[in-house]
Each structure stands twice: as structure tokens, then as C-alpha cells.
Write a protein that binds this ligand. Sequence first.
Ligand code: GAP
Length: 512
Amino acid sequence: MAKDNAPSSPSQQRMENIVSLAKRRGFVFPSSEIYGGLNGCWDYGPLGVELKRNVKDAWYESMVRHRDDIVPVDCAILMNRRVWQASGHEKCFTDPMVDCRECKRRFRADKVRMHYLVVDGKPVWHHAYEGDDPAGFDDISKSVRKSYDHLRNAHKADFDAGKATDLDCLVSQVPEGHARICPECGGELTEARLFNLMFKTFVGPAEDSAAMTYLRPETAQGIFVNFLSVLNSSRIKVPFGIAQIGKAFRNEITPRNFTFRTREFEQMEIEFFCKPGTDDQWYRHWVEVRKRWYLDLGMRPENVRFREHAPEELAHYARGCTDVEYKFPFGWGELEGIANRTDYDLRAHAEACGKDLSYFDDETKERFVPFVIEPSAGADRSTLAFLCDAYCEDEAPDEKGNPQPRTVLKFHPRLAPIKAAVFPLVRKDGMPEKAGAIYESLRKRMAAFYDDKGAVGRRYRRQDEAGTPFCITVDGQTMQDDTVTVRDRDAMTQQRVPAEGILRFLSDAMGL
Ligand code: GAP
């Protein structure tokens, strides 16, 4: 059964509202939109740049600046092709894909699921949908659900007698005799084939295979190939980590869900090198550190989970992996993977380049190839998760005190693109000058915004939509006693604060 144009579910509607707010308020725009866009690519607008920068800064502060055992690097996106041969990406960085013979759309075979209602071993109903887990079926359109419920009721006696069952499986695991259909048009799907995700490019004037390399699909390899240089140029000793924030590129088969799966994105990665035998303890350390980071930045605990991979899910070289997942309106999605990669990468590069990448411990006089724990997070996915988590629809009183619907982004103050907005109540009686002076003093210490246009209630609403924690209004009383009103975005309460103490007040209130 193909998808229909039935009204979207509440969670789809919520996602549509978030995407529309993001565009309307300048968080995220479709890339090259005036030319029809480019699938899988997005641009950040003024508020989005600030938000994503705050996410990256929060990561850098906690993971690099506040620790003695992590140092940063910033590597070139273009690297010698041999890096990608040694790391295994050239051969193995593939996704299985299926094509629709009718509409020609392409899907990841590990992301399309089929749901069957089977009676006496024969499918009597089927439906295809995109998603990672069977629970995704709960979110399909009402009319598909209705037809499923209808048939299920019609076969109630068969279910009671154990002759009817439900089957939900990946499209690549569909049993013999069951149709494999397109989730978009209902056409027939091909067998799964492997597709390499790296973007090819050419370095220099010749477009031949000698000049070919790839846009990096992860920042991690830049860290591994600089392991020796960092070790030789700094006094750092194992255990230690190298961190990097930077762009990565993957020719995803099905980029989707807004900025969740894109073809160009940013990663925040650490490769933490430790002595073999201590790897398990460091792996647990990093799972805890990364859990705390998301929760300390205000992510709602009910929307985040930490999923440890079963042994059969692990890459052949990995000893353990925990995914940090967020409950997006479109379902649970991975924000970060924390993996114990053993000594696989350093050994692979040592063998390929012929250099010794082992470590000599002067205290114990031992030589070993370090094991690596890798917390690898997506900057764009974390930014999207913080945006979804902050998004609220509630009510706020209008000028006459009547409740009106309001959209508000309840960001943690550290992540809020603007920390404080300053308004003169009216554009006369010295209020703009006073508000301007407060704004000038604040903007030197935090991201601040000045607005003197329109009714003050509307100015509050605009700041609520931008996620600004505090609005400061200069009014008639300010001109008499030098106090201002400070309005709290979440509680919507207002209090009077001496103008000269406003910076301290805001810093304390936001814990900045
Ligand atoms: N070095 C390990 C590595 O790259 P990964 O799980 O492929 O592991 C790490 O990627 C993180 O990068 C993911 O958890 C996700 O947050 C982000 N990421 C991966 N592919 C992405 C894509 N197509 N769009 C946006 N973010 C992506």
C-alpha cells in the first residue's frame, strides 16, 4: 500500500512546525533555495549559526578546555587517498540500497521496513514504511492504520486460534513469497546492492585516478594519522585524547528528516588513546561523561536514551559501543556513538604507511599500540535535538491580558542564540537612549539584541520564538528610579531590577 495524503500525525505536525519556525526565524534554510535547493544540504541562518556555535563551544569547553588529558587538532578535509584505503573506507564504507522499479526512488535497505498480516503462512496485507524500528509503524497515516485494523478485526478468530500473525522486518529480510514494495509509491523494489558513501574529488588539474581522493566522511582519520605528530610535539602521555570539530561529507542514499541525515555535516569527535587492559574502564568513563553533557545542557531525560549495542551489532574490530539516541518527533535517532575501537585504526595505518605507531611508556618501560575509545557526536544532530527539545507551544497573555497561543524555544541559557533583549517601552522621553546604553554594556559580555519596533507584547513574542531567556524593558519608572523590568521567558514573570546591576543579575540567573 502506498503512502496517502492523509493529514499528518501530531508528531509529524510538530516536526513541520519546528521546520517552519526554523526557516521563518532564520535558524535553518534549504541550501541554494533560489535555484530549487540541493537535496541533503542545509544552510544555517543568523540564529542557527549562534545556536550551533553554542553547541560546539559547549562541547569544546567541557571536552577540551576543562580537561588536562585532551588536545585539539584541526585537519584538512582533503587527505591522501591512502588514508581511506588503509582505514577500510574505500572498500567498506557502504550502505545497502534498494531502488523502486516504478518511481525510481532509492532507499537504504536497512531503513525500509515491511509490515505484513499473515494468515495460514500467506501474507493477506502488507505495508512498507521508513524507520529504524517496528514501533515506527504506530506513526503511519490514519487510512493505512484503518485498513490494517479492519483486516485484523476480520481475522480476529484466526488470531485467537493462532493461525494469523503480524510480521515486521527490514526490507532486506523479507521472507520468500512476501512482496517487497516501495514505501512511497507501492511499486516493486529491487534486491539490495552496496553503494559507497564517499564523495570522489580530484586534486590538481588532472581528473585521473592518480589525482583522485575523497571528501572526508569522518574527522576521526585525521586524528589517527596525526597521532605521532601530536605525541612528538607535545608533552602529553597516554592516556590522552585528541579532539576535532569539523565538516564531514557522505553521499547519503536517503538524506531526510531535516538536518538529521544530510550529505554535509559537522562532527565533534574524540579519539582517546589508552593502555590495552584499561580500555573497558575508559569506555565506561566516556559513556558517563557524554551522558552528563547532554543532561547538563538541559536535554529532557525522557527524550534521551543510551543504547548499548548487542555483540552481534558491533563492527568486527569494536569491543563495545553505546549510542546516545534522542526521541525526535520522527522517532528515536542517533546523536552520538561511543565506541571501543581497540587498536584497529593505529595498527591499520602503521601497516599501510610503514611507520611505527606504537607508544613507549617511560615509567613502566613498556611498548604497546594504544587502544582507542571514540566518542563521536554530530554537531548538526545535537543542534536539531536541542531545538526539538526546546520547542514548546503554550499560552501567553496579550496586551489586554487575554491568553493567546505562543511558540517558545526554552533553550538552556548557555545554548540560547540571544541571551538578553533590550527594549525601550516607547521611542521617546529618553527611553531609547537609556535602553541603548544598557544594550551596549550587555553586548560586550553576552549575545544581546536591541528592539524598539512594535508593541512590547509582540517584541516579547518574537524573543520567545528565538529562545531568548530574558527581556529587559526601559519604561517610565526607569527614568525616575533607574530600575528596569526583567521578563523571564519561561515563567513569564516580570521583576524590577536596578539598571546598574543588570549584568550581574543576568549572569547569576543564567549561571553564565
Ligand atoms: N568516526 C566514527 C563515525 O563517524 P558515525 O556513527 O558514522 O561514526 C558519528 O558518525 C556521528 O556523526 C553520528 O552519531 C551522527 O551524529 C553524525 N552523523 C553521521 N552521519 C550523518 C549525516 N548523514 N548527517 C548528519 N549527521 C551525521
